[in-house]
Design a protein around this ligand. Structure first.
Ligand code: SF4
Length: 292
C-alpha cells in the first residue's frame, strides 16, 4: 500500500502512517482476512502494490493503533493477569490461520477484549456480526494454541462521532462515548465450521469461475429511502421505503404545510468510503463516479 499525503500534513503524521508495526505472520489468512469479502481480499492481494491511501483517510486507524500500545503497557505491568497483542497461528481447514485479540484478561471469567472505534449508527443498529466472527476465531486460536479457555468476548467500543448534546436531549441516543460491548461466544464446533466455510469461499476465488463482486450485505448497501423533513429541523421526522407511503403520511399530519419530502439515494457505503480497493475495483469506481 502506498501512503499519499495530499493535504501536506507534517512529516511526523506521514511517518506514523508508514510505521507498520502490524505483523501478520506467515499464515495463509489472518482472522481479519478470513472475514473479509473474498472478492475484496483477492483484489487487495493482487494489487497490494497499487493501492493508494491518503494519510488523512487513515486518521482513525492510526488513532486505534496508538490505543493498542496502552494495552501492551498495562499487560507489561501486570503479566500475571493480562496478555496483550499475542498472535496465535494454527493449521486448520487445510490452511494456516493466525489471529490476535487486543487483550486477554486471565482472571475468571477469562475474557478476550478487542478495541474498536466506530460510529453511533453501529451502536443504534446493534450491528456486531463481523466483530462476533472475528472475536470467536481469535478465541478459538487462544483455546487451541495457548490452552486459554476464553469464556467471554467483549469489545471496548469508542463512538467517535458521539455528541454530548444529542445524549442530553435524546435518551434513546447512546448516553456515553465508550461502552463494553459483549459478543456472543460460539462453541468450538460452530467456530470450526465457520472457519471451514470462510476458507472454502476464499479458495473458490481464482478457481476458474469469474469472481462475483461483494454481495449487497458485504457492500453495506443501503436502499433508497424517502425522508419527511420539517422546516427548522435538520434530521428527518420519519423515513419511508417509498415516496408514495411518505406522501400519504404527510397528508394525514396537522402540520403538513411545513413538511417536505427528500429522496435519499441508495448507497453502497463500504464501496464509497471504507474499502481500500475501491479505486481499483470496477464496482467501487462506478459507485464513486455516480456519487459525484
Ligand atoms: S469497492 Fe465494493 S464491491 Fe469492490 S471490493 Fe470494495 S466493497 Fe467489494
Amino acid at each position: 500500500m502506498k501512503i499519499t499525503n495530499a493535504s501536506k500534513l507534517p512529516d511526523i503524521i506521514e511517518d506514523w502512517a508508514n510505521y507498520d508495526a502490524y505483523q501478520r505472520g506467515n499464515a495463509d489468512y489472518t482472522t481479519t482476512e478470513l472475514i473479509k469479502p473474498p472478492y475484496m481480499l483477492d483484489l487487495e492481494r493482487r494489487h497490494k502494490d497499487d493501492i493508494e491511501v491518503d494519510v488523512a483517510e487513515l486518521t482513525w486507524r492510526l488513532s486505534g493503533q496508538a490505543k493498542h500500545y496502552i494495552f501492551q503497557i498495562i499487560a507489561q505491568q501486570n503479566p500475571e493477569r493480562y496478555i496483550a497483542e499475542q498472535r496465535y497461528t494454527m493449521a486448520v481447514a487445510g490452511v494456516t490461520i493466525s489471529g490476535m485479540g487486543d487483550l486477554i484478561d486471565l482472571e475468571e471469567p477469562e475474557t478476550l477484549y478487542d478495541y474498536k472505534e466506530t460510529k453511533v449508527w453501529k451502536e443504534i443498529l446493534g450491528d456486531s456480526e463481523e466483530w462476533t466472527q472475528q472475536a470467536n476465531i481469535n478465541a478459538f486460536l487462544a483455546r487451541n494454541i495457548a490452552n486459554i479457555d476464553i469464556k467471554r468476548l467483549v469489545n471496548i467500543v469508542i463512538l467517535k462521532d458521539w455528541a454530548v448534546r444529542s445524549a442530553f436531549r435524546d435518551h434513546s441516543y447512546p448516553q456515553n462515548p465508550i461502552r463494553a460491548w459483549p459478543l456472543e461466544l460460539w462453541d468450538q464446533n460452530k467456530t470450526l465450521q465457520f472457519i471451514q466455510q470462510r476458507v472454502a469461499l476464499h479458495k473458490s476465488i481464482g478457481n476458474g469461475a469469474p469472481p462475483a463482486i461483494c454481495s449487497p450485505k458485504e457492500r453495506w448497501a443501503k436502499p433508497s429511502r424517502w425522508a419527511v423533513m420539517k422546516q427548522g429541523r435538520k434530521s428527518a421526522v420519519k423515513l419511508f421505503d417509498s415516496g408514495q407511503e411518505a406522501t400519504l403520511w404527510i397528508a394525514e399530519q396537522s402540520d403538513q404545510k411545513i413538511l417536505s419530502l427528500a429522496e435519499r439515494s441508495a448507497e453502497d457505503t463500504r464501496c464509497l468510503f471504507y474499502c481500500d480497493v475501491r479505486k481499483i475495483c470496477p464496482h467501487g469506481r462506478e459507485v464513486i463516479q455516480n456519487a459525484k
